[in-house]
Design a protein. Structure first.
Length: 276
């Protein structure tokens, strides 16, 4: 497996198979029996820092530029299943979903590839957490396959994209094709973006029902003009189904192209309203 090396020499060797299990295992979502170990190798600092330098974050983002990085303050309302943690902020990381998963179609092969991605991305997230701990910051990892926090809403709040009709985050970098993890922190001066520049996605999605039509299990449906998601029949986690992703215009055409189309449609609508 690939090893990621930071600019200051820190070696992200979490991407190996023989990692040492240090603490409790992570229970996966969707009610299956998969578990993913905590692969942390660095303890939290006893006297943590609460501020981070602009230079550190610039280098941090540059070294991780193949991923998408965002920052959030105020996360208490995003925890799931009555979980609560003594962390006020989060560093959010999204990882592109490999094309092989989408090409495989729902089934054993897709799910095996999906599980491999969750495992490797989880180990990478623990390694990034170790890097932050080594530099004096207290952290807690929210594994991408666990259900402790709402990842899509967390990433939306970090201005990384906007949640589409499918319930998935749609971002400029990866469209709807991504997995999300988070590192909870108590860093007080993270660069927070107050407004979300991707909110137009919600308006675009109102005119599109591709994900609903293509869902083979009918896990997406309309009720009282609201999209309903039935996670009990969705096979995204259990069989690696990606039909809603493949049906999405943001996957087929890309974020910029869809945005261009949306702006043209909005301009025509605005002109029409002015003439009426």
């Amino acid at each position: 497996m690939r090893v990621l090396l930071m600019s200051d020499g820190w070696n992200f060797d979490g991407l190996v198979e023989d990692v040492l299990v240090k603490s409790s295992e992570v229970t996966a979502c969707c009610g299956d029996d998969l578990t993913f170990p905590d692969t942390s190798k660095v303890e939290n600092p006893k006297d943590p820092k609460y501020e981070i330098s602009k230079e550190f974050l610039e280098n941090f983002e540059e070294d991780l530029n193949e991923y998408d990085i965002g920052y959030v303050n105020g996360i208490d309302d995003l925890f799931l299943h009555d979980y609560s943690f003594d962390f006020k902020s989060a560093i959010v990381i999204s990882h592109e979903m490999p094309q092989e998963i989408l090409d495989a179609g729902a089934g054993i092969e897709a799910q095996d590839l999906n599980n491999d991605l969750y495992e490797n991305f989880g180990e990478l997230t623990y390694s990034i957490s170790d890097y932050l701990r080594e530099n004096g910051y207290e952290t807690f990892v929210a594994h991408p396959r666990e259900e402790k926090i709402n990842f899509s809403k967390l990433a939306e709040r970090a201005n990384m994209g906007f949640i589409g009709k499918s319930g998935l985050l749609i971002s400029p970098k990866f469209g709807p094709r991504q997995k999300i993890s988070a590192i909870l922190v108590n860093i007080e001066n993270l660069p927070i973006t107050e407004t979300n520049e991707h909110s137009w996605i919600k308006e675009y999605c109102k005119t599109c029902n591709s994900c609903i039509r293509k869902c083979p299990e009918k896990a997406l449906s309309y009720l009282d003009n609201e999209v309903q998601f039935n996670e009990n029949i969705c096979i995204g986690c259990s069989q690696g189904c990606t039909e809603c992703i493949k049906a999405c215009p943001f996957y087929k055409r890309g974020y910029d192209k869809v945005h261009e189309i949306f702006k043209k449609i909005s301009e025509k609508r605005e002109k029409k309203n002015k003439t009426n």
